[in-house]
Design a protein around this ligand. Structure first.
Ligand code: ZN
Length: 77
């Protein structure tokens, strides 16, 4: 499964709605590289949300805004 990532945001908690557009039905439990961080992706506005308490710590993802990312769902959940 591939998604285009328009924006990358960090969130403190797993939200049920998108921080950017407010839509629900986010793609959850997706793996981006080996970051070990929970990520959510909004299919509506293509915003990738990284769940972290360290807002000062920019997530170290290989995907950048404006790129397409291949995503697989986390089979452990
Ligand atoms: Zn959205």
């Amino acid at each position: 499964m591939t998604y285009y990532v328009s924006k990358i945001n960090t969130v403190n908690d797993k939200s049920e709605t998108c921080v950017n557009c407010g839509k629900a039905h986010l793609e959850t439990n997706i793996i981006i590289e080996k970051s070990g961080m929970d990520t959510l992706l909004c299919p509506n506005c293509e915003t990738l949300m990284v769940v972290t308490n360290h807002s000062d710590n920019k997530p170290r993802l290989k995907v950048k805004e404006g790129e397409t990312v291949t995503i697989r769902h986390n089979i452990r959940n």
